[in-house]
Design a protein around this ligand. Structure first.
Ligand code: ZN
Length: 206
């Protein structure tokens, strides 16, 4: 065994923040390009489990948006839920999908993500009304106090469970921890039911 095997994992290096030029058009265009990171960054949980061709962060957000549109709960503002679904992991375009395994504390993760959002909204999008709407939706989700925020959080969990089920089938794996950390925490009655339907198909296939 050589020394490298006991060395701590290398610290993650975050890409430097874009330096706004002050030209609103240029800075906005740079923001549009930053969004590509959501399309290319694979979600860490799958990469850690050596899933080939793992889904990206935006793959995950896209299905959540469609799931939101499938609700029959007329008390929810569905348009808001769809917008919240597609921005809830936006900070990851800067900081990536941070997991506890990396030794980054929950507080530090929150700080890095909030800094990324501030940078996008106020630095790159110059605090425009549209940018402030993105910021408000992101904050609402993070705070988790409104019905919409709690519903979208449930979709976040269910979407992961759906994906876990698909990877189990495609790669003949058992991804039990992904179900244990999602399905029991569902609170919205309809999403809970969707989760139960999923759990049942999983039982039947064993
Ligand atoms: Zn998410």
């Amino acid at each position: 065994m050589d020394g490298s095997e006991i060395a701590p994992p290398p610290k993650r290096v975050f890409p430097p923040l874009y330096t706004p030029t002050g030209d609103a058009s240029l800075d906005r265009l740079a923001f549009f390009h930053v969004l590509e990171n959501l399309k290319t960054q694979k979600r860490t949980g799958w990469v850690d489990n050596k899933i080939p061709n793992a889904e990206s962060i935006s793959d995950h957000m896209y299905r959540m948006a469609i799931l939101a549109m499938c609700t029959s709960d007329s008390t929810l503002d569905v348009s808001k839920c769809v917008m919240m679904a597609v921005v809830h992991d936006l900070a990851e375009a800067q900081v990536g999908d941070i997991t506890p395994r990396e030794g980054i504390s929950k507080q530090e993760k929150q700080r890095l993500e909030a800094e990324a959002m501030r940078h996008f909204v106020h630095g790159m999008l110059h605090g425009s009304p549209a940018a402030l709407r993105i910021e408000a939706l992101w904050n609402e989700y993070e705070e988790g106090k409104t019905d919409e925020a709690r519903f979208v959080k449930d979709l976040d969990r269910l979407e992961m469970a759906l994906q876990a089920r698909e990877y189990e089938t495609a790669h003949a794996l058992n991804l039990q921890p992904f179900f244990d950390s999602s399905l029991p925490y569902l609170r919205h009655p309809e999403v809970k039911r969707w989760g139960e339907d999923l759990a049942q198909t999983r039982c039947h296939s064993r």
